[in-house]
Design a protein around this ligand. Sequence first.
Ligand code: EPZ
Length: 435
Amino acid sequence: MEQYVIKGGTPLVGEVTIAGAKNAALGILAAAVMTDKECIIENVPNVRDTRVLLQAIKEIGATVKYIDEHTVSICGGTIRNIDTLCVDDEFIRKIRASYYLLGALLGKYKRSQVALPGGCDIGSRPIDLHIKGFEALGAHVTVGKGMVTATADRLVGKHVYLDKISVGATINIMMAAVFAEGKTTIENAAKEPHIVDVANFLNSMGANIKGAGTNEIRIRGVKELKGTEYSIIPDQIEAGTFMMAAAATDGNVLIKNVIPKHLEAISSKLTEIGATVEEYDDSVRVIGCHGKRLRPTQIITQPYPGFPTDMQPQMAVTLGLSDGTSVISENIFENRFKYTDELARMGARIKVEGNMAIISGVESYSGATVVAPDLRAGAALVIAGLAAEGFTVIEDIKYIQRGYEKFEEKLRDLGGQIEIVETEKEIIKFKLKVG
Ligand code: EPZ
């Protein structure tokens, strides 16, 4: 099984270019099947989740071509057997975003059947709000035998109030409403940058969506969508992860191909704890504390534009090295502190009480063998390993590879000493090589 082996203690210095946003790409790739024409989508991150979703889109009959590593062509016009269409394979059940095909296929064909979504184990991950939205538009939804099936004679625009702010439900209902008769309003909608990106993509195909990025999105049904060419926005969370890594290793990194506005919550917290953040048009530079320890702070995860839950583990690792007590309140998912046990093996002092983590900063972490419990926690453990003294081995890196493209390569280009290994022998070889 692949593992990361890391020798910590080297500040990250240099430049890194951020890939396309995974969580925008997953919605956009699914939405592309809503037209029978060709869509050319650029800046698609080459990560496991996008490859798995593209494979599923191909399996239902769409024509999928890789134009280059980050550009794909999708043509939904070749999808057949609408009445028996079913998105289900061992891989699609592992990713959360498989459910976007529910909304896209329901919207286009008034019928869709998709395996119940998987995804990181950070909470119960229900899809009741997605179903509530589909049913409001007139669909009949059943869940059984590990599948969700949605069918409708007609889809008619309605006012949908989301009891909870949900990224997935907002995107899914937006897609299901694209061809619905009349006007659909999604109230209490999520406002993440990737919601806006999916809405912009659909509008570039001829959809009529207004208000994306606010808490009220209005969709007017249209008759059909045309093909388009579109480039996905940069990944806010990949950028934030490298920003945190620069601060935690007391480095100096220019993070390129970003939208600084999307990073405001992260930048302001890094500044608050003593790092320096310089903002440019499409890049940010993060500089550590020049040998001094970072300061503690309080973090409350919130839907955008609040501090993103997907940056919570990476922030905790950084605060674990600060010179005081910090408190993190996780308000989005109910099980997102699993990594603290792994971090404790590296010397972190974190006490979890319900949805709060009380972090007592330590001088340094010491390398250990740890297991990545999920995507963002895995990235956080990599940051801990880079900041730690000695060697760290991280197991189960498949989670990390779901959401970060060439993660270890980009870190090595910044001076990080990290490699993918598979055997004890390779770990020893790495240790001898780096000394
Ligand atoms: C998306 O997950 C992202 N995943 C997550 O990123 C991200 O953490 C999350 O949004 C919040 O920003 C993708 O985009 C593929 P939600 P999603 O629906 O859509 C509850 C990563 O690391 N809820 O906004 O599943 C839910 O339990 C991943 O890239 C319901 O109760 O998140 C949670 O408590 C991890 N009923 C809250 O809402 C529903 O029907 C927010 O979930 C749907 C959600």
